[in-house]
Design a protein around this ligand. Structure first.
Ligand code: UD1
Length: 446
């Protein structure tokens, strides 16, 4: 629908002619990370469920295919509504290549342990932000009585877990981890007795997964705080329809795209409180941020207004989201003087900086800090989307740039942004997908 002439099974780029201020209204889609957690959680329900507001993105398609590979029946009711019947699941094994396509496949560990009492899962893939261990996930399963969760028991990249049976436990996470919090929550829902997850992550999609599970019959309290309490139940009846929350990161990306192009965009179907870390920084920089009940308008009073430099540090929710870090660095490039971005969640999340430099950015990275010197304009260039959010940052820069840019590996961006070409075009952007020559390197998930 977005581009009839492009073959998406072949390498393609986004071609962007920059310099057009974005103007108009757009709707945010369902949250990628909530959808991935919820679809995985549907595997452990004992009846069918219907999911609404499912984003039409490639990561979600992979997760549905993973569910089908386990034997679940997944029916598309319309583009954003799916019915999942997990009662036909006939295996606890997920070790094929699909597993390494998305990082969120690790949620199948908790979900299959809860459903089948066993899980045999290949270690997940994931974009290269430095180390991405799953030791905390395994520690949580071990505390609940699962066998096979010691790192030394991982065999040729496959984790073989057995619940004998799972029991409730007090789980202290020494690092705030989104994935470990959700995985522990999944396993605990059907464990015998009570589980407490202490120092839990508080991201909006954790609350959404908990709300989904509660609507299926689970007993989870405290999601969204740092202590989550779960009383295990033997059966999750399901038979419910659940609507996924809007995507905080997609919304933030469009806020930044509107700002760097000095446009005027109202973004609908978002939750303004989820955007507060970004809204506060953007106000500090001089942007006008007008909040409605479910919308945010981003604009400048006058396009010649000064944009102030600032410093940003990523941290778990309600801190500044690391998944908006690359896009925010693009925004900082448009400020006067020197700004600072401190990446506090991932060890190595500045791989996109050399790509941004090809577009004229002046950024010095020292360990986990990027010192960003303001520039007057980005210049169009051919660049690589090194991962999903890095790619989104390059899109923002290209939209603001003088001249035409080609963003290669655009499939990585399509993993997490529904109908991005169509949405940006509706705001006046000049963007299209174009097939390009074969890449030599292997594609990986971000
Ligand atoms: C999720 C998001 C990802 C986001 C990240 C942080 C999904 C599918 N992905 O990833 O987009 O960037 O949250 O908001 O929702 N850690 C450990 N041991 C573990 C697990 C994590 O040391 O067992 C460390 C990580 O190396 C990292 C930090 O904890 O430094 C946070 O990682 P985590 O919150 O687990 O990220 P993900 O759930 O993988």
């Amino acid at each position: 629908m977005e581009d009839n002439n492009v073959n998406r099974s072949k390498p393609y780029a986004y071609e962007i002619e920059g310099g057009v201020p974005l103007r108009g209204d757009i709707d945010i889609s369902g949250s990628k990370n909530a959808a991935l957690g919820i679809i995985a959680a549907s595997v452990m329900v004992d009846g069918p469920c219907t999911l609404e507001n499912v984003p039409d993105i490639s990561d979600v398609k992979v997760m549905f295919d993973l569910c089908r590979s386990l034997g679940a029946i997944v029916d598309e009711i319309d583009t954003h509504t799916f019915r999942i019947d997990p009662t036909t699941i006939n295996t606890y094994k997920a070790s094929g290549p699909l597993v390494s396509k998305i990082r969120a496949s690790y949620y199948l560990m908790g979900a299959l342990l809860a459903r089948c009492g066993k899980a045999s899962i290949r270690l997940p893939g994931g974009c290269d932000f430095g180390q991405r261990p799953i030791d905390l996930h395994l520690k949580a399963f071990q505390l609940m009585g699962a066998k096979g969760a010691r790192p030394s028991e991982i065999n040729s990249g496959i984790v073989n877990l057995t619940a004998e049976p799972l029991h409730g436990a007090k789980i202290y996470l020494d690092i705030v981890s989104v994935g470990a919090t959700i995985n522990a929550m999944l396993a605990a829902c059907k464990a015998e007795g009570r589980t407490e997850i202490i120092n839990a992550a508080k991201e909006p999609h954790i609350v959404d997964v908990a709300n989904f599970l509660n609507s299926m019959g689970a007993h989870i309290k405290g999601a969204g705080t740092d202590i989550i309490k779960i009383t295990g139940v033997p059966f999750l009846p399901g038979n419910f329809t659940y609507s996924i929350i809007p995507d905080q990161i997609e919304a933030g990306t469009y806020m930044i795209a509107a700002a760097v192009t000095k446009g005027d965009v109202t973004i609908h179907n978002l939750i303004p409180t989820h955007m507060e870390p970004l809204s506060a920084k953007m106000r500090e920089m001089g942007y006008q941020i007008e909040e409605g009940d479910e919308s945010i308008r981003v604009y400048l009073n006058d396009p010649s207004d000064e944009i102030y430099s600032t410093s940003v540090k990523t941290s778990p929710y309600p801190g500044f989201p690391t998944d908006l870090q690359p896009q925010t660095v693009v925004l900082l490039c448009s400020a006067e003087g020197q700004s600072r971005m401190h990446e506090n969640v991932w060890q190595n999340r500045f791989q996109y900086v050399p790509e941004l430099a090809k577009m004229g950015a002046n950024i010095n990275v020292y360990e986990r800090i990027a010192w960003v010197n303001g520039i007057t304009r980005f210049m169009g260039a051919t660049v690589e989307a090194t991962d999903l959010r890095a790619g989104a940052a390059l899109v923002c820069a290209a939209l603001a740039a003088d001249g035409t840019s080609y963003i290669n590996h655009a499939n990585r961006i399509d993993r997490g942004y529904e109908h991005i070409v169509q949405k940006l075009t509706s705001l006046g952007a000049k963007i299209k997908r174009v097939n390009i020559e074969e890449y030599s390197e292997e594609d990986t998930e971000a």
